[in-house]
Design a protein around this ligand. Structure first.
Ligand code: B4P
Length: 199
């Protein structure tokens, strides 16, 4: 199947819905870089950079990094050559202010599609606790995971309605095997991007 040559995509969903896992697969399919703000922050914490020091406690507590700082990092990343022909954002934007900042970065042209990965709250807690045992991420304790879910409901869930009104939302059930979820995303995105190309 021929996919459009450029794609500006976003994957959104509650913590543990499988965004990071699916982001890599989508990015590969469309030949665009996967840009995860969470990964950028974690790499900086690991590297002991100034940015890492600024965000470490915030992330360990499951709070959101301030919009201004996050927007600056994404603007810088999107200005790099490999993002010129498209990108897959993972975990950004996460607040209404970040949506407005991204709109400004894209110069008025919108994202082409937003994949919403839906998953049951208890299932995702189990997934993240399993990951904690394997990777030891500081924000993967049950208490912090539940707090991240609350932050998602309060600050990120309102974006779903916003993207739905823009006609670019592709809702996908995130439960099932990685391959099953990937297939659902692939067909949802093909339909959405195909419809856009045909407009
Ligand atoms: P993120 O890195 O985005 O953390 P997350 O929401 O937990 O998603 P993650 O990608 O890790 O997990 P996923 O659902 O893929 O952000 C971390 C922190 O950084 C935030 O709390 C915040 O402090 C800060 N931050 C990031 N972006 C920000 C922004 N824009 N503004 C402000 N602050 C920001 O997957 C979870 C696990 O499920 C995986 O380990 C995987 O192995 C497993 N899994 C995946 N698919 C599965 C399946 N089908 N079945 C079973 N398990 C599966």
């Amino acid at each position: 199947m021929t996919e459009p040559t450029t794609a500006r995509l976003l994957i959104i969903g509650p913590p543990g819905a499988g965004k990071g896992t699916q982001a890599g697969l989508i990015a590969e399919r469309y030949g665009v870089p996967a840009i995860s703000t969470g990964d950028i922050f974690r790499a900086n914490i690991k590297g002991g950079t100034e940015l890492g020091k600024q965000v470490q406690t915030i992330i360990e507590q499951g709070e959101l990094v301030p919009d201004e700082l996050t927007n600056e990092i994404v603007a810088d990343r999107l200005s790099q050559a490999d993002a010129a022909a498209g990108f897959l954002l993972d975990g950004y934007p996460r607040t209404v202010d970040q949506v407005h900042a991204l709109d400004a970065m894209l110069g008025g042209s919108s994202l082409d599609a937003v994949v919403l990965l839906e998953a049951d709250a208890d299932e995702v807690v189990n997934r993240l606790l399993k990951r904690a045992a394997l990777e030891g991420r500081a924000d993967d304790t049950e208490e912090v995971i539940r707090h991240r879910q609350d932050v998602y409901s309060a600050q990120t869930a309102p974006l779903i309605d916003l993207f739905s009104k823009r006609g670019i939302l592709v809702s996908v059930d995130g439960l099932g095997t990685v391959d099953e979820v990937a297939d659902r995303i692939a067909s949802g995105l093909s339909a959405q991007l195909g419809a856009k190309v045909g407009q």
